[in-house]
Design a protein around this ligand. Structure first.
Ligand code: OOG
Ligand code: NI
Length: 277
């Protein structure tokens, strides 16, 4: 356990349980994925991903403090130029705990109208709420009209997703190395497709390779009815990811992420990605 850890193991376990419960409410297919791949056995998660805006009080670094209090340490940084995002991943010395991937939208790089909408959303957050780890599964702290949602969507699918869903796990990720019945990610994908799941095919069904020490695939996000200030709309919510890691040294699996693959994983919540399929 790292010295920075202030949360107890019980608090950390409860945090991840609550995070999971919130996630499967929006992502019922995740529970079904567990049934199909785990057949009732426990599934180990490789990582959980969060999204945010680079505006106080919800900057990546601020949200990360909750994980630092659980004993996580900051690892690598990632930059997604076209999507105007940065990200960082965090690891825990306890290998049973998932890695954490947090990204943040570089709001100032977008149009004035996007900036105005987003700043108005963030202004509705009570800064005191951010200080509790519960904030990370508290959802949206604002009202947004369907017109504003559509306007965000035209510029940034990520901004629109954040506006609709707020603070919660964007996805959990099955650790394929720890799945007893599967040798490869291809087998996992095949089983999922046979069970009726739709996979994200942006950049191919499998992103990455043994050469970059990480292979990833993901389902397309489930659809959820969201209540906007003026109407209800069914839109993509959250997805499930699958990761297989390779050794960078004997008995040492790669623990980082691969920016080129992550760039495509982001598109699992994309409405347009589905229409192309
Ligand atoms: C994160 C996308 C990147 C990964 O594992 O590379 C990612 C997101 O969609 O918020 O999860
Ligand atoms: Ni991921």
């Amino acid at each position: 356990m790292s010295q920075a850890q202030v949360e107890t193991t019980e608090q950390v376990t409860e945090f991840f349980n609550n995070l999971w419960q919130d996630y499967i409410k929006l992502t019922p297919s995740a529970a079904k994925v567990h049934e199909v791949l785990g057949k009732g056995r426990e599934i180990i998660n490789d990582h959980v991903a969060f999204r945010t805006f680079n505006i106080a009080p919800v900057r990546l670094a601020t949200l990360a403090q909750h994980f630092e209090a659980m004993g996580y340490r900051a690892c690598e940084d990632y930059h997604f130029e076209a999507k105007k995002l940065v990200a960082k991943h965090y690891e825990h010395s306890n290998p049973a705990l998932p890695k954490i991937f947090i990204s943040e939208l570089l709001v100032e790089e977008f149009s004035d109208s996007l900036q105005t909408i987003v700043r108005n959303l963030v202004a509705q957050i009570d800064p005191a709420a951010v200080a509790s780890p519960d904030f990370l599964y508290s959802g949206a702290h604002w009202q947004i009209s369907s017109a504003d949602y559509e306007q965000l969507l035209a510029e940034s699918e990520y901004a629109a997703w954040m506006a609709a869903f707020g603070y919660r796990a964007n996805h959990f990720t099955v650790n394929v190395n720890e799945l007893p019945d599967y040798q490869s990610l291809e087998q996992v994908n095949q089983t999922l497709k046979e069970a009726g799941f739709k996979l994200n095919t942006s950049g191919g069904e499998i992103k990455g390779s043994k050469e970059v020490f990480l292979e990833q695939s993901s389902t397309l996000a489930d659809h959820t009815l969201v209540r906007f200030s003026d109407m209800e709309k069914t839109i993509p919510s959250c997805f499930y990811e699958f990761a297989k890691r390779y050794e960078i040294a004997p008995n040492r699996l790669y623990t980082g992420f691969v920016a080129a693959s992550a760039d495509k994983i982001f598109e699992s919540t994309n409405v347009r990605a589905e229409q192309e399929m």
